[in-house]
Ligand binder design. Sequence first.
Ligand SMILES: Cc1cc2nc3c(=O)[nH]c(=O)nc-3n(C[C@H](O)[C@H](O)[C@H](O)COP(=O)(O)OP(=O)(O)OC[C@H]3O[C@@H](n4cnc5c(N)ncnc54)[C@H](O)[C@@H]3O)c2cc1C
Length: 223
Amino acid sequence: MTDVRHAARNGDVSFWWNQLGRPVPRAPLAGSTRADVVIVGAGYTGLWTAYYLKKAAPQLRIVVRATEGFTAGLRGLHRTSLPMNSSLIATEPLAASVWASIGWSGRETLGDMVHAYMYAQRTSDDRIAIGGRGVPYRFGSKTDADGQTPQATVDALRDILVSFFPATKSARIDHAWSGVLGVPRDWAATVGLDPQTGLAWAGGYVGTGVATTNLAGRTLTGI
Ligand SMILES: Cc1cc2nc3c(=O)[nH]c(=O)nc-3n(C[C@H](O)[C@H](O)[C@H](O)COP(=O)(O)OP(=O)(O)OC[C@H]3O[C@@H](n4cnc5c(N)ncnc54)[C@H](O)[C@@H]3O)c2cc1C
């Protein structure tokens, strides 16, 4: 078992975001402001929607709710979407001898959709990042706040890693982190607009939103 307490990092933002460097937070607004479109939730969905709306320069008075796994915390929307937790670990950069044994020279992303499913990739600096469901649901629709990942989850992901790639048996785990996904009752992502209220929404990607959020942003811009 690998004790993540000896690892470089457990929690906070993802390995990739940390590697890019954290932006300096912007100063808060000096006072109230007016806008044609208000987007609540500046994740992928919110940012793609803002990007496409800005390109289309619409004369709209619309609020977009793009709060995904955090939706259950909003008044009146407690049953709309179940917050689920997802976790990842990243190894140390692996030695050339380990890569010679593994192969994976094309750096394809891979996944296995068995019950305790996993997905993995070889990072640009030659680590393996591997994720899956660690502690999927937190009682009372609680959401992850700081990305801290339980040791049992780190161990479970590491066991899967070693079962796929025995050459990683002695690889150190350098980073573990977690985040929140939104899961609607029918497991189907949706985009919608209530013309009466001008309230639009998009989400429910069940953990596969990186590409789908772009489609959602373009769809919202078109309706
Ligand atoms: C560990 C992990 C690994 C993942 N791996 C993959 C992957 O490999 N491939 C893939 O396709 N997807 C993956 N996903 C899923 C993907 O990250 C999500 O589907 C995607 O981020 C959804 O984008 P979003 O903008 O809708 O929601 P989010 O990215 O969750 O953004 C929602 C935003 O709303 C903000 N917010 C919430 N409530 C409020 C409020 N009241 N007021 C203002 N702001 C609010 C939040 O702070 C957040 O910034 C992964 C998710 C996790 C957690």
